[in-house]
Design a protein around this ligand. Sequence first.
Ligand code: SF4
Ligand code: MG
Length: 335
Amino acid sequence: MPSFLEVQGLTKHFSVRSGAGLFSPRIPLKAVDDVSFSLKKGETLGVVGESGCGKSTTGRLVLGMMAPTHGSILLDGTAVHTRHDAVWRAQRQRMQMVYQDPVSFLDRRLPVGRQVMEPLTVHSIGSSVAERREKAEALFSVVGLRPDQFASYPHELSGGQRQRVILARALVLDPELLVCDEPVSALDVSVGAQVVNLLKDVQLSRGLTYLFISHDLKIVRQVADRVIVMYLGRIVEEAATQELFQQPVHPYTRALMSAVPSLKPHPQRRLSIQGSPPNPMQVPNGCVFHPRCPRASKLCQTERPELRNIAANRSVACHHPEDTTVSSPRKLETI
Ligand code: SF4
Ligand code: MG
């Protein structure tokens, strides 16, 4: 099956001042650095990593909300970033964002139903207000809201209900791809689980494709078909979800999983990550993970590992990845 979304060499540099002074020179901060992936129709690709690793910037670039420094994004074979306004609008209509924080996204002065209708007005869809209202109202039942809540204001709804409003608003244009950026991180666990189930139901019934960004590995394991792991703007590992969780091969992925007790792939091998991610303005030479890595060698300090295939549909950027062919892996040193 051909790719529905094709991302090639995606790179985003922000220009930031190197010091606190007004006249300190500007340097590029590589928020996203040479990221490539593809998504088939109906598939869910999870994107994981610590905060600041470039997950959200990748999502915003995919949606055309900002222009990349380099690279290309094709949706169904047509470029997302184009100077041709009509093409951009048409492409944008096919992709929507499910935001993390409904409180700051929703306008507290407007009834939520009006806010769900708004994208239809912006895209001039529907011949009358009544028609737009009908379409928006129909979505209220799809996302599990009551019809009378159409006239509610955001503060009259619970956190879970507000997140359902966000989803209804994202669905109102009948998109094909949703970028879900930490869609349940503002919710408590049980409400978050309900919203995750709703996202899965809606995906099935509408044949949606998801780019699912989250720092929560347990949720990603539940929803994603494949996962990419990002560190400092780059992909360090990509695999099918089951393979990744059963046998992570990049030391960073393994450490991330070790931090979640119920996910530890091999309980005898405890790993934790030393320190915090380096300052993105002072990225280490060689493998950017080497100052925190228990497997780092001299080579790792000087040569950056490229993302390479190690099996069908499985890639890693590491000079010394865990050997996937060893059935009883040796004990790694605890760090
Ligand atoms: Fe660790 Fe070296 Fe692999 Fe980087 S390349 S993750 S430092 S073993
Ligand atoms: Mg983010």
